[in-house]
Design a protein around this ligand. Structure first.
Ligand code: ATP
Ligand code: MG
Length: 371
């Protein structure tokens, strides 16, 4: 937490519903700042969007890195407009570039079943579902090493390598073990597939076993990714911290929020947990906070997008900035508004008739008033 408690935030609303959910989310953050006695400076930029691409032929200005590094964190809406710009251009030209250039090696997604949100797992409503997925965000299966040989012939062959480095694996595992240790259940589930992927996955398992020796207080279990997906659906309440490689973490971190209701409420953080603004020995690299959902072109412009994913991502940003009380107030406000619910307040993805605006205002009011 900085001395004068003022935080400079790069605000990138992006495309589609990103533009609609950002304003109510900023108002919620302002309300929290006012109530808990700190300040935000929001620097809003129109780039990292397909709108900017159409005008400039690039996703971002050349000094984007400098502009973002001048900030304490990045608050990102959603990027993408597949009708006008192919996803590989929009995503690789913005979000994926941030992850890589700022070495945001942790992708963190909390999954909680909040009373009031209809869950597809109807018979789980009596259980407390509250777990976190930790995805390795920089290496593993998403390396660009590989290629095609004998192209156009009957021997055509395509290879893409998975790359695990000890440093890359250990740093995500370390983060996950520490997180598990800090939570009441103290349980870590590791996603593997060492029965089929016979070189890289046994290595992953080995590193988990090695690190587990340092955390005797953490219960460790491992499952092959296929059965783990089934367990997510059948007994999501038994998980606490779930760690996976880039690909397995990607799958689990979409499946998790889906089990707890609508994608519209799920938040996500892309963290570089080792970079600190106060440590001049290391290069400062900001972390990024975003909703799990994308730009949702199918509902963009209708004013019905659920703003909670964006607001909850803001809550994760408050935690990251060290503003714990404000973060608690925001999550409590989300919970109490959802519990109160009502068809007129909840957005259509939660089977209501509410709007982005009215749900956003209700949460903002609750942040001001919540005890
Ligand atoms: P991306 O690749 O950027 O993740 P996507 O194509 O996977 O995007 P989304 O844009 O997240 O998908 O949309 C998936 C579905 O969920 C769409 O039908 C969309 O309308 C719905 N959806 C996404 N976000 C919200 C939200 N905040 N409120 C309501 N519905 C949403
Ligand atoms: Mg998606």
């Amino acid at each position: 937490m900085s001395q004068n408690r003022k935080y400079v935030i790069a605000v990138l609303p992006g495309d589609g519903i990103g533009l609609e959910v950002m304003p109510p989310a900023l108002r919620c953050l302002e309300a929290a700042a006012k109530r808990f006695g700190f300040k935000f400076e929001f620097r809003e930029y129109p780039w990292a969007s397909c709108i900017y691409y159409q005008e400039h032929g690039v996703m971002m200005p050349s000094n984007w890195k400098e502009l973002l590094k001048a900030c304490d964190a990045i608050y990102f809406g959603a990027v993408g407009d597949p009708a006008s710009v192919p996803d590989h251009i929009s995503l690789w030209g913005s979000l994926l570039l941030f992850r890589r250039e700022f070495d945001q090696f942790i992708n963190l997604r909390p999954c909680r079943l909040i009373p009031g949100v209809p869950s597809p797992l109807a018979n789980r409503q009596n259980h407390t579902i509250d777990f976190v997925t930790v995805r390795e965000n920089t290496e593993g299966e998403y390396s660009s090493i590989g290629g095609r040989i004998f192209e156009g012939t009957s021997r055509e062959t395509v290879i893409q390598n998975t790359v695990f480095t000890r440093q890359g694996v250990d740093r995500v595992l370390r983060y996950a073990f520490e997180l598990a240790r800090s939570r009441p259940k103290k349980k870590l589930t590791s996603a593997t597939k060492s029965n089929g992927i016979s070189i890289t996955m046994p290595y992953w398992d080995e590193r988990v076993e090695e690190m587990a020796k340092e955390y005797p207080d953490v219960k460790v279990e491992k499952y092959h990714i296929d059965i783990l997906c089934a367990h997510f659906v059948q007994r999501p309440h038994t998980f606490d911290v779930v760690v996976g490689s880039n690909l397995f973490g990607d799958i689990l971190s979409d499946l998790g929020p889906a089990c707890t209701g609508t994608i519209g409420i799920a938040p996500s953080a892309n963290l570089n947990p080792v970079s600190s603004k106060d440590d001049s020995a290391k290069e400062w690299m900001p972390s990024l906070f975003e909703p799990v959902h994308g730009s949702a072109p199918d509902i963009a412009g209708k004013g019905i997008a659920n703003p909670i994913g964006m607001i909850w991502a803001g809550q994760m940003m408050l935690e990251h900035l060290g503003e714990k009380d404000a973060a608690t107030a925001v999550i409590k406000a989300i919970e109490s508004v959802l519990a109160r619910g009502g068809t007129n307040l909840l957005t259509p993805d939660m089977q209501g008739k509410g709007t982005t605006q009215s749900l956003g205002v209700a949460i903002e009011q609750e942040i001001i008033n919540v005890v």
